[in-house]
Design a protein around this ligand. Sequence first.
Ligand code: ZN
Length: 107
Amino acid sequence: MPKPMYRSNSFKKSIRVTRTGRNVVHYRRAKNSMPHCAICMQELNGISLSPSGGKSRRTNNRLFGGVLCARCTADVIKLGSRVERGDMKLSDIGMKQRAFVLQLVAH
Ligand SMILES: [Zn+2]
């Protein structure tokens, strides 16, 4: 039975045969998955998973960068300005977009 820490699914198993013919199981940490857009679940572009470099090298430096994709950000900004002008009510906006529109209008 593996150690309790290796029973997590964030460890990947690889079975190796040593030079003496013994079968051993090696464990390594699974890679982090790519971040996805919070609205449409599309994989985000312009994101680097490597920890090197500054924050602006690792994510995009726009409104909701690293959280929403470019298309959904544009939609949220559009809906936010419509709500601010009074052309649209918050109740007309879908649940997923409403949270981000509220953040935008609050500023
Ligand atoms: Zn999106």
